[in-house]
Write a protein that binds this ligand. Sequence first.
Ligand SMILES: *Cc1c(COP(=O)(O)O)cnc(C)c1O
Length: 360
Amino acid sequence: MDLPLREELRGIEPYGAPQLSPDVVPVQLNVNENPYPPSEAVVADVARAVADATRTLNRYPDRELVALREDLAAYLGHGVRPSQVWAANGSNEVMLQLLQAFGGPGRTAVSFAPTYSMYPEYARDAVTGWVVGHREDDFSLDVDHAVAVVKEHQPTVVLLPSPNNPTGTALPLDTVTAVAAATAGHGGVLVVDEAYGEFRREGTPSALEVLAETPNLVVTRTMSKAFAMAGLRLGYLAASEEVCDALRVVRLPYHLSAVTQAVARVALRHADELLARVDDLRRERDRTVQWLRGQGLTVADSDANYAFFGTFPDRHAVWQGLLDRGVLVRETGPDGWLRVSVGTREEMARFQQALTEVRR
Ligand SMILES: *Cc1c(COP(=O)(O)O)cnc(C)c1O
């Protein structure tokens, strides 16, 4: 049957890294998950909250997410008010809503490659033009180039991850404020995607620090990475109240289930415990970067929970060699490079062992 598929969707494969069973590939270092599952105390609290939420599942959930937004605002600090917070099923949904509200036919969204491969998909799905500038050889963003691209294409949405995926590169605040100002010049918004914000190194700032004085800035976060709750699907943002009000117009009715809201609130109550492993992961990240450099490889500076390393004349052969040894990493970004998520001490030892064998 010849489906009336949109022209731009013909022949497109669904996005996603290979999802292989842990029985087949025991060391899974390919989608930047936190390797530490929730404790039994968190499990018990979540079970209680789900039971409570179940008692009223005959009713629709709070579509304004009032209690959850209060908890998220308290977690973010920086003077962020609940009315400045919005949440959805993963920050992927938050960003799609941003494109639905601020993109659209005849408009353009901009980012700088190499970067997160979902951004052009949000633009496509929201029928928004897509323009990519470039990053420098060390994957930093040249602020003059960024401002020039913004001035030329006048995007209504600029997407800048900090740290960047897949490279791990964070943005200095003066880049954030310069791009925000250039974007404000024609009425656009700048989205700084801080999915990995909690992993940033000592001294690396969060864009939240300039949120109050930058009205067209949107900072997105997620519970999928540092919070170790990828299975929950909870992403959120901090921005002006006007941005949140615009997203309330495009969201689906009751988009965030009562169960999701309840579990997210439990996770936030346990933030200290869930985030306790972040310091371990940052140390393990720094050790991994050092070890890879010690092997004579090039590694991008990382403020995230992964390392981007290369370069290999045949990266697919290296990826396959690691997979044959039970270690799954990600083949992504510019040719010749691979990305490895930071796992437990033991997992990283197995990664190092496997990579040493593959390169022998
Ligand atoms: C993982 C990731 C996200 C978060 O996605 P969720 O939908 O919240 O799980 C957002 N942006 C980037 C760059 C990511 O790598």
